[in-house]
Design a protein around this ligand. Structure first.
Ligand SMILES: CC(=O)[C@@H](O)[C@H](O)COP(=O)(O)O
Length: 266
């Protein structure tokens, strides 16, 4: 990625367009090594699942210590409201997170179905409005639906995070046309979140016009998470470069790619 091609969300710049989840790794060291290999400058962590009690070193301290010496500074935290089923729960969780972690950034998840982990759109819109009014930087995880994404942006979401497929499914981007449409219309950055299975999915997200990709399971459950993290870093960079370079026009017929003039025997 070019040093000038930075991503800005709510006035904050990122050199990397890959955001990483911190859950489900074989152990903490593998997670830290994968994070280093990914080059990611922002990680998400489930606020309801981390210990903030101060008795043991929390994930937050581990991340801060492991990334303190980076040229870009310690990794940024994007706490998330995973596990919340109502706007009320999500708002309360976000408020606790702001108190505990001293950041107004929140990846807003309000789930409408425990099995599918699909967003509850009504509750998500309600929580977004409330949190934006309360001064949060809200990044909602949402359906791959251009109307929902527009409503979230209108309410003041700093970015929208449409799903590629079910969380943790690795099914890739099930509706690329919807993602492309969301990207073309969105007034705020679009971060593809959930469902990425392998590097080509991440590259596709960027080629479709996404500003960034957030993924977790594709790295944490890879046979070699550190190697997959590096592959994701490269894929996001390649997809972004291809997007900026501009795809050639598609044709429904063959077009010789070598010159036809002066052929021997022609
Ligand atoms: C960690 C996190 O926030 C996930 O809920 C996120 O949606 C990523 O999903 P995948 O694990 O499918 O990449």
């Amino acid at each position: 990625m070019s040093p000038t091609d930075t991503l800005a969300i709510a006035g904050r710049s990122f050199g990397s367009r890959l955001f990483l989840g911190t859950a489900g790794y074989p152990n903490q060291q593998v997670m830290l090594d994968a994070l280093a290999a990914s080059g990611s400058e922002l990680v998400t962590l489930a606020i309801r699942r981390i210990s903030l009690d101060g008795y043991s070193e929390s994930l937050v301290d581990v991340l801060a210590r492991a990334t303190a010496g980076r040229p870009t500074g310690p990794v940024g935290l994007l706490p998330n409201t995973a596990g919340c089923l109502t706007a009320k729960e999500a708002v309360l969780t976000a408020q606790l997170s702001r108190e505990a972690l001293d950041t107004p950034w929140i990846k807003l998840e309000v789930i409408g179905d425990r099995e599918l982990l699909y967003p509850d759109v009504e509750e998500l819109l309600r929580a977004t409005e409330e949190l934006v009014n309360d001064g949060f930087v809200v990044l909602p995880y949402c359906n791959d639906d251009p109307v929902t994404c527009r409503k979230l942006a209108d309410l003041g979401a700093a970015a929208v995070m449409p799903l590629g497929a079910f969380i943790g499914s690795g099914m890739g981007i099930r509706n690329p046309h919807a993602i492309e449409t969301i990207c073309a219309r969105s007034p705020v950055p679009v971060v593809l979140d959930a469902g990425i299975g392998t590097a080509s999915d991440a590259a596709l997200a960027m080629e479709l016009g996404c500003a960034a990709v957030l993924l977790n399971t594709a790295v944490s459950k890879a046979r070699d998470p550190v190697r997959m993290a590096a592959a994701m870093r490269d894929a996001v960079g390649a997809g972004r470069a291809a997007r900026l370079a501009g795809r050639m026009p598609m044709r429904a017929h063959a077009e010789p790619s070598s010159p036809q003039m002066g052929l021997i025997g022609g």
